[in-house]
Write a protein that binds this ligand. Structure first.
Ligand code: ATP
Length: 251
């Protein structure tokens, strides 16, 4: 088991955002996390990545309890994420965005890299090579030197994923990666997520695009009003009366 959430609860002031949420993820799986707006999906991502801790419960990743760890330590342990709204460094090129992601985990670190320390040249060459490989992996090699805020929407989304992959994660959290995409972009995204999993990275996916979720995911967890209402295979979830009632609706 790679990740386990046990009896997670979260309150914001008087608002109970999550209560008694339990689920786990095996290595090599793609797990879908679905539910209506405000159900608590992004809150789960924020707790896994150390933005804020749960009010109650525990999160164990690869044998380490994540509670009390700051986001950069959690990144070093092997968890990376993307956000619901694109958060690239818009004034930087596609390649530079990847390099920033990579410098968070290289030995000398991003800020040290600006100081030209001994051994820096060798590391820079390695970072350059790996960054170009990652751009190729997500199909953006040809736009390496283009300012990221001028890229097409689908390209920006894929660049965000590549920047997250630059940290070499064991677990990748994707927050609504298909939001706003046209059909061809969604199709490319699905192929990319499959490739990421086939390369050994486990994926936790929050998404409202149900055909994508049901095609890609090995298992699906559905939450509603901060409570897990169902967990199972895509078929089980699609036919689950509580999920249909709360989220999927009837044809
Ligand atoms: P969506 O699909 O719309 O992104 P979601 O399932 O990701 O929704 P969350 O963003 O996790 O839902 O929100 C769950 C609940 O927690 C909501 O009632 C939201 O208003 C509340 N909430 C989330 N983050 C905070 C915060 N930092 N402070 C206060 N309330 C918050």
């Amino acid at each position: 088991m790679l990740l386990e959430l046990k009896q997670i609860g979260k309150t914001f002031g008087g608002i109970k955002a999550l209560s008694d949420v339990n689920f786990s993820l095996d290595r090599g799986q793609i797990l879908g996390l679905i539910g209506p707006n405000g159900a608590g999906k992004t809150t789960i991502f924020n707790m896994i990545t150390g933005i804020f801790p749960p009010t109650i419960g525990s999160i164990v990743f690869d044998g380490t309890n994540l509670l009390q760890l700051p986001p950069h330590k959690i990144t070093e342990l092997g968890i990376a994420r993307t956000f619901q709204n694109i958060r690239l460094f818009g004034h930087m090129s596609a390649l530079e965005n990847i390099k920033v992601g990579m410098h968070t985990v290289t030995k000398s670190g991003y800020w040290a890299s600006l100081l030209h320390l001994p051994g820096q040249k060798k590391e820079e060459a390695h970072v350059q090579e790996r960054s170009m490989k990652l751009l190729e992996f997500v199909g953006l090699k040809d736009v390496a030197d283009i300012r990221s805020d001028t890229l097409a929407y689908g390209q920006q989304r894929r660049l965000e994923i590549a920047r997250a992959l630059a940290t070499n994660p064991k677990l990748l959290l994707l927050d609504e990666p298909a939001a706003g995409m046209i059909e061809s972009e969604t199709h490319e995204l699905m192929n990319l997520i499959r490739k990421i999993r086939d390369n050994g990275t486990t994926v936790l996916l929050v998404e409202h695009d149900m055909p994508l979720v049901m095609t890609l995911c090995d298992r699906v967890v559905c939450i509603n009003f901060g409570v897990k209402i169902a967990e199972g295979s895509p078929e089980e979830i699609q036919n689950h009366p509580d999920v249909i009632e709360a989220y999927l609706g009837k044809e």
